[in-house]
Design a protein around this ligand. Structure first.
Ligand SMILES: [Zn+2]
Length: 254
């Protein structure tokens, strides 16, 4: 049983790595319900999670999730102690905490750009996660951590991407616009615009000055006689010692 479970997890992780650029250390967003279940089932999250996922992990949560546990009182004190040890990620509700379920889902956005895994026993969160493509879902069942198989939304997304490589240009265009609707497509135009702006900006005035100075500096022609050549070099030396004013003077003099 254990082997089969591990094999399934490996397959699922490769799916997310290949199709959604999920990378180690896996960012695992955990809520109080998962900690509570882990405590009940005597699961050491920090030890067992990396073994099960076969990779480095980073356990994290949000301030809202912590706040919610605090308000729920004594029964969840143990879960709170566990959750507190994890990194708290900045959410959008610093001043007015929202329910943990709402907060966790807000961390994912529409496309899970930070590649979060979500570890929860909360059905509201689970249902929300399944509406977003590319969010690996973890929960505890029968004393063990389980990585859920990719949801339909993830499978559909992957299929659409694969079709994009095979279909005609006109169909590709429609897929592209669909992606844009879902916010999946990259905004190339914006990036390019920024680059162009940078090119147009005025050069540093100081660098201009230096350039002029170089131009004015005498480069002795090769054919020149030795005596004159020496003189020129001496002249040059004096110029650099004398500073800017001196150098302009020397140039006008010769
Ligand atoms: Zn929040």
């Amino acid at each position: 049983m254990g082997l089969k479970r591990q094999k399934q997890a490996k397959k699922t992780i490769s799916f997310y790595k290949y199709n959604f650029s999920v990378r180690e250390p896996f960012q695992i967003l955990i809520d109080g319900t998962f900690c509570q279940a882990a405590l009940k089932n005597k699961i050491q999250i920090k030890e067992q999670m990396p073994k099960y996922l076969m990779g480095e992990i980073q356990l994290c949560t949000t301030n809202c999730a912590l706040k919610e546990l605090e308000t729920l009182g004594k029964e969840l004190y143990g879960a709170k102690i566990i959750l507190q040890r994890f990194q708290s990620r900045r959410c959008a509700h610093l001043k007015d905490p929202v329910p943990a379920s709402e907060c966790l889902l807000s961390m994912l956005g529409e496309t899970n750009p930070h590649h979060y895994f979500v570890a929860t026993q909360d059905h509201t969160v689970t249902a929300g996660v399944k509406k977003i493509p590319g969010v690996p879902l973890l929960y505890i069942i029968l004393n063990t951590i389980v990585l859920d198989k990719p949801c339909q939304k993830s499978l559909d997304h992957v299929q659409a991407v694969q079709l994009g490589e095979l279909v005609s240009p006109s169909q590709q265009q429609s897929i592209r616009s669909l992606k844009e609707e879902q916010g999946i497509a990259q905004k190339d135009g914006e990036r390019r615009g920024k680059k162009r702006k940078r090119k147009q900006s005025h050069p540093n005035p100081l660098s201009c000055l230096k350039k002029k100075k170089k131009k004015g500096g005498p480069t002795p022609p090769k054919k020149m006689e030795q005596g004159e050549n020496k003189k020129r070099i001496r002249n040059k030396k004096r110029k650099t010692e004398g500073g800017d004013n001196m150098s302009t003077h020397a140039i006008t003099h010769t």
